[in-house]
Design a protein around this ligand. Sequence first.
Ligand SMILES: NC(=O)c1ccc[n+]([C@@H]2O[C@H](COP(=O)([O-])OP(=O)(O)OC[C@H]3O[C@@H](n4cnc5c(N)ncnc54)[C@H](OP(=O)(O)O)[C@@H]3O)[C@@H](O)[C@H]2O)c1
Length: 321
Amino acid sequence: MKAAVYKKYGPPEVVQVMDIQKPTPSENEILIKVYASTVNRTDAGFRSAQYFVSRFFSGLFRPKYQVLGCEFSGVVEAIGGNVTLFKAGDRVFGFNDNSFGGHAEFMCKSQDDALAIIPAEMDFHQAAALSEGAHYALNNIRAAKVTAGQNVLVYGATGAIGSAAVQLLIDMNVHVTAVANAKNMGLIKSFGVDEVFDYEIEDFTQTKTRFDFIFDAVGKSSFKQCKPLLKPEGIYISTELGKRGANIFLALYTPLFKGKRVLFPIPTTDKEQMEYLKSCAERGSFSPVIDRSYPLDHIVEAYRYVESGQKTGNVILEIAS
Ligand SMILES: NC(=O)c1ccc[n+]([C@@H]2O[C@H](COP(=O)([O-])OP(=O)(O)OC[C@H]3O[C@@H](n4cnc5c(N)ncnc54)[C@H](OP(=O)(O)O)[C@@H]3O)[C@@H](O)[C@H]2O)c1
């Protein structure tokens, strides 16, 4: 089968499309014929090993799993002897940032992994983009214990994480203020946000609103900058470590005191999350934003675009049609 393989950490060019052996499912696994995946910041982070810490998960000297692709959609082609949750022919989507594998024509995953059946009306491209950005968004929203009626600011509302966060928050009846770029104003307003700031010409820190939670989904702000906008017990979370890892240190000591706090939750994934995202999609409250698609053979180009920091939502990798 065809797969995008990386045997060493480095720039997009370390990834090569080649033929490798088709996997066989073990007793508890399903074999998925992959139709689509995404190329995203998680794949890029593990491929480049830009943050050395990722090597503790993916292999100290070289990648343990050589096919990336943490989110995927496809059809169950075969099942192991103990599988009861899925059957051949099921349309499935899922997320796995441990063993990855979506950048290939076939993959095996345990039936107990973060997998779910694709909503009936949804195509493979949409389904492939349901989980990476959204699971980070959901982890952070849940860590901040957001409830209906609260005010939340999402900085960087046009990335995979930001665009999912805005939609999931609005679904929870939260008042959302977004910071984005003029080119995506129409998109952001279509989600139903209360207020939008164009980061190129407006200063969001001038807003009169005070927030229960500020979520920086692109890691471009700081706690110092956002602190005056938080309510007395408000929470700040960023998807990046911050200058000299500031967000880690702030997350260690600000929760020790009463008042405004920084959190840095470690994201986790499971079936419940996939079912939750599926239910949001089914009731029309969450629709992953798709920027553009690349065929598997053009994966290096896809990585270059993703790493430009300019993508709007998700970049699809087409594996089968
Ligand atoms: N290391 C990892 O494993 C990992 C995994 C996932 C995510 N992350 C981090 O999480 C963040 C979000 O990732 P993502 O995939 O959702 O999106 P992304 O690709 O990083 O973000 C792209 C979006 O950010 C917007 N943006 C860029 N500069 C901005 C600014 N100064 N103010 C407001 N918006 C700005 C861009 O909008 P315009 O094009 O309109 O400017 C674009 O739509 C990234 O920082 C990423 O590194 C890291």
